[in-house]
Design a protein. Structure first.
Length: 133
């Protein structure tokens, strides 16, 4: 699921939708739903299914769900994540929720030029950023 998510190919959504409908394992379901929500951020049905997994009894599922919500960057998920944080008992999951809430809230400018980061200002942005050697 992560590979399909990271491919950023909308064609993968049909495959992911068919996979999630038959999935019984909550951890795998969180990964698949996270991929769907990342590729199709306006899919509120799948988003709410993912949010519901924050209530899982398994802490690894809650951790994975938080990571998926944070990666997706959908700000609508923030109140649900904050609510889960209030009741979370696992320290590891709490830390992940805090991190992912900050990822969801971070300022994003999708079309911001990044040429200033590159030492030669190339427009291909295939150079190493200054100070990152």
């Amino acid at each position: 699921a992560d590979g399909l998510r990271n491919s950023y190919r909308k064609e993968a959504i049909e495959t992911l939708n068919s996979a999630v409908s038959g999935e019984k394992n909550e951890y795998a379901k969180a990964a698949i739903l996270g991929a769907i929500v990342s590729l199709q951020p306006h899919n509120s049905k799948r988003l709410m299914e993912l949010v519901e997994l924050l209530k899982s009894e398994d802490s690894t599922v809650r951790y994975r769900t938080s990571d998926a919500l944070g990666y997706s960057g959908i700000s609508v998920a923030e109140p649900f994540m904050r609510q889960a944080l209030q009741y979370e008992e696992s320290v590891t999951v709490k830390e992940q929720l805090k991190y992912d809430i900050s990822r969801v809230n971070s300022y994003k400018t999708p079309t911001a030029p990044t040429n200033a980061l590159y030492k030669d200002g190339n427009t291909m942005q295939n150079d190493v950023p200054v100070g990152k050697k």
